[in-house]
Ligand binder design. Structure first.
Ligand code: MG
Length: 363
């Protein structure tokens, strides 16, 4: 017998940092507020208020560019203690409803409300309840998406921002995915989207025009996953209190690294140091993570989960090099490189490592 469909809610606060600022400083309401680095620095935008977005300002954009688009904007440095306080309140509201909460950041979480403390069978009403409680307790607005899995719930929460609630019923899934840019798929960033575009895949539904073999040729082990997502299937469970234990090592350079060969050599040295660190800790890791911070401070990570835990220098180095191909290193100056492993298999954690080996959640 097939299990009943899950009820997943994705809650995402609207322009969170900027909204906290506008809430606490009424003189900023209705104004374009840009939280992040100062315009004369190399920083990037963390959050732009909806007023600032009308000028084309977006998060992760260099602040200098935001300044050109919106010179009359109010540029603020982030005040994390205040954002964290609001975040704690929001997380507590989530846990009134279910323990199955997976936070993604200070202002975003997945909730599995298939069973919930409200004994409310309608996930839509649970989401409405959450939004009302958040507004009441924090004077901030949240958007929510309701769907049978995490991928679709996150797509849904984005459809009617700000202050929206979107439900994706099964019959709407094909139509919705047809028009969705591939960028919206979990695991596909800008580079991934460019790679898809080279094969004529711009929209999620474009994956459906190819068979699995072809997709594997183009995208390796990600091929089957993309095809599943394009069909609206996503079995990843909501994972509360996800373990984030990892060992990593990184280097910031005095001068930006431009050449890919130089980056590769640095990574090999980092892999060697990481291997030594793991050996001393008697630990092995199954997921290799590459971290790249570009000269403009934009940071990306790429990861790959191996079939077995490792601490071998060569494996770490080769995996990191393969991941390097999924970044813009070589085409864009880099100020920091890092390599790490997670999904640790340590002497003290062998029981949990066993569970990790059969973890159905793809990286
Ligand atoms: Mg948000």
């Amino acid at each position: 017998m097939k299990p009943p469909p899950r009820k997943i809610v994705h809650v995402d606060m609207d322009a969170f940092y900027a909204s906290v600022e506008q809430r606490d400083r009424p003189e900023l309401r209705g104004k374009p507020v840009i939280v992040g680095g100062q315009p004369d620095s190399r920083g990037v935008v963390c959050t732009a208020s909806y007023e600032a977005r009308q000028f084309g300002v977006r998060s992760a954009m260099p602040t200098a560019q935001a300044y050109r688009l919106c010179p009359h904007g109010v540029f603020l440095r982030p005040d994390f203690p205040r954002y964290k306080e609001a975040s704690r309140t929001i997380q507590a509201i989530f846990r009134e409803v279910t323990e199955l909460v997976e936070p993604l950041s200070l202002d975003e979480a997945y909730l599995d409300v298939s069973q919930n403390h409200l004994d409310e069978p309608s996930a839509t009403r649970v989401a409405a309840h959450l939004r009302a409680r958040i507004r009441e307790q924090t004077a901030l607005t949240a958007s929510a998406g309701v769907a049978p899995n995490k991928f679709l719930a996150k797509v849904a929460s984005d459809l009617d921002k700000p202050d929206g609630l979107t439900v994706i019923p099964p019959e709407r899934v094909p139509e919705l995915l047809a028009g969705l840019p591939v960028r919206k798929l979990p695991g596909i960033g800008r580079v991934g989207a460019e790679r898809c575009a080279r094969h004529g895949i711009e929209r999620v539904a474009d994956f459906l025009r190819h068979d699995l073999e072809q997709l594997v040729r183009w995208f390796g082990s990600s091929g089957p996953r993309y095809l599943e997502l394009a069909r609206g299937v996503d079995e990843r469970p909501v994972r509360p209190g996800r373990e984030r234990k990892s060992v990593s090592i990184e280097d910031t350079f005095a001068e930006d690294v431009v050449a890919r060969a130089e980056a590769a050599a640095i990574l090999d040295t980092l892999a060697e140091r990481l291997a030594e660190r793991l050996r001393l800790a008697e630990a092995r890791g199954r997921t290799v993570v590459l971290k790249v911070k570009y000269a403009d401070f934009q940071q990306v990570t790429r990861s790959r989960t191996l079939s077995a835990p490792t601490r071998a220098h060569t494996t770490l180095s080769e995996t990191a090099l393969a991941l390097l191909d999924q970044t813009e290193v070589g085409g864009r100056p880099v100020r920091l490189l890092g390599i790490g492993v997670s999904n640790l298999d340590e002497p003290s954690a062998s029981a949990s490592a066993q569970l990790v080996l059969f973890d159905p959640d793809p990286p």
